[in-house]
Design a protein around this ligand. Structure first.
Ligand SMILES: NC(=O)c1ccc[n+]([C@@H]2O[C@H](COP(=O)([O-])OP(=O)(O)OC[C@H]3O[C@@H](n4cnc5c(N)ncnc54)[C@H](O)[C@@H]3O)[C@@H](O)[C@H]2O)c1
Length: 373
């Protein structure tokens, strides 16, 4: 039996675009019809990736408008630079309002665009999904399951540590300045703020952040300017239900065995997950396994186990398999009326928290979310 076809157009065909291609290659029925990217080189690399992983040869376009006018599509995946999302979304919503949308995080980079996008997408008839996939990493899914099943009692504290490699080089160096990314606490940490909301099951009321650009990219110059993106920060988030969450981000710690260490502590027990970074950056390039540790208060005795993830799924991306599971969910939303797990509202709220954290790091003040934006 052949799987039902779903026709994709890819807008923005760089590093993350190719991660999407490789993951679509693992899902029967995926048809990559067309690619739009102003860089001929990136289009060529992505067409070659599609030939390798999907056995298909998508048509290449320089502009999204031309792609949208030319090809029969069911949905688009948008993986262009952060600050281009708003204009690309406007183009898609205006020219082809009947398409499903999977748009990379952060969905926008500026507070002013949050309301604008909400209004533009208000009556969108197909799934509109923001790509924040960390929730699908199998160890994180296990933590979410244990917390919602009450296995740690009532959740009180949720702590996320990400200690990783510096920002990679991007096409046109778009990720070196906050004006194009939204700032580090938006660009990459919107993932974590989304995860906090999901696990805590409440909305944030106050954010305090301390962060700086201390180590990375100090000797780089772009038109004479030094990159301004933060490379280390602590962020504390207070939630309406009384839970508190923290983020400890360090982007000059690529020597760490585990990249993410996440702990949910309830009044009965603690569950922790430990997730290695991408295998391609580790000596030898072998995949490493993630771990889950459950530590009850009584009887004392932490239980540690490894979490197996299929190697083909791990190899398809840099995000411990999560992009594959996200695509399964998006496909189900497109074809079977499955839920949109990460809605536009979720994507925008994660951006607002990130922007509030950036503001806090800049001013040294804690920021109340109800008075922000
Ligand atoms: N979900 C995740 O975990 C994750 C991980 C990495 C990147 N991302 C996101 O994916 C997006 C792309 O990041 P990347 O790492 O692939 O960057 P990249 O620089 O490798 O690729 C971006 C591509 O977009 C193209 N582009 C530029 N302007 C465009 C436009 N107006 N229309 C169409 N294409 C355009 C560039 O030519 C380039 O090929 C960003 O929003 C980034 O934040 C998400």
């Amino acid at each position: 039996m052949t799987a039902q076809p779903l026709r994709y157009g890819l807008i923005g065909a760089g590093m993350m675009g190719r991660e999407h291609i490789r993951n679509l290659g693992l899902i029967p029925g995926s048809e990559l019809v067309a690619i739009a990217d102003p860089s001929e080189e990136q289009v060529a690399l992505s067409v070659a990736e599609a030939e390798r992983h999907l056995g298909q040869r998508p048509r290449g376009f320089a502009m999204p408008e031309a792609m949208l006018a030319a090809d029969p599509l069911d949905c688009v995946v948008i993986a262009s630079p952060n600050d281009t999302h708003i204009a690309v979304l406007e183009t898609v919503l205006r020219h082809r309002p009947g398409l499903g949308i999977l748009v990379e995080k952060p969905v926008v980079t500026r507070l002013a665009d949050c309301g604008r996008l909400e209004a533009m997408a208000k009556d969108h008839p197909r799934p509109f999904w923001v790509a924040m996939e960390y929730r699908y990493m199998p160890p994180v899914a296990e933590l979410r399951r244990a917390v919602s099943a009450g296995e740690i009692g009532t959740l009180r504290m949720f702590a996320i540590r990400e200690h990783r490699f510096p920002f990679l080089e991007k096409v046109g160096d778009w990720n070196r300045f906050s004006e194009r990314t939204g700032g580090t606490l938006v660009e990459k940490c919107c993932h974590f703020f989304d995860l906090m909301r999901l696990v805590v099951g409440s909305e944030p009321v106050r954010v305090y952040a301390s962060g700086a650009a201390d180590v990375n990219h100090r000797d780089e110059r772009y038109d004479g300017r030094v990159p301004d993106i933060l490379d280390n920060a602590f962020v504390i988030v207070d939630f309406a239900n009384g839970c508190r969450a923290s983020l400890d981000l360090c982007m000059f710690a690529e020597g760490s065995w585990f990249q993410e260490e996440i702990a949910a502590t309830g009044d009965a027990a603690k569950i922790e997950v430990f997730i290695p970074g991408p295998a391609r950056f580790w000596p030898g390039g072998a995949e490493r396994e993630s771990e889950v540790v459950v530590s009850p208060r009584a009887p004392k005795g932490p239980v540690r186990r490894k979490v197996h993830v299929d190697e083909a799924i791990l190899k398809a991306g840099d995000h411990h398999g999560s992009t594959y599971f996200q695509h399964l969910g998006f496909r189900a939303a497109m074809l079977d009326g499955g839920p949109v797990d990460v809605t536009l509202a979720d994507g925008l709220q994660a951006v607002r928290i990130g922007l509030a954290a950036e503001e806090s790091a800049r001013t040294g003040e804690s920021i109340r979310l109800d008075a922000f934006g």
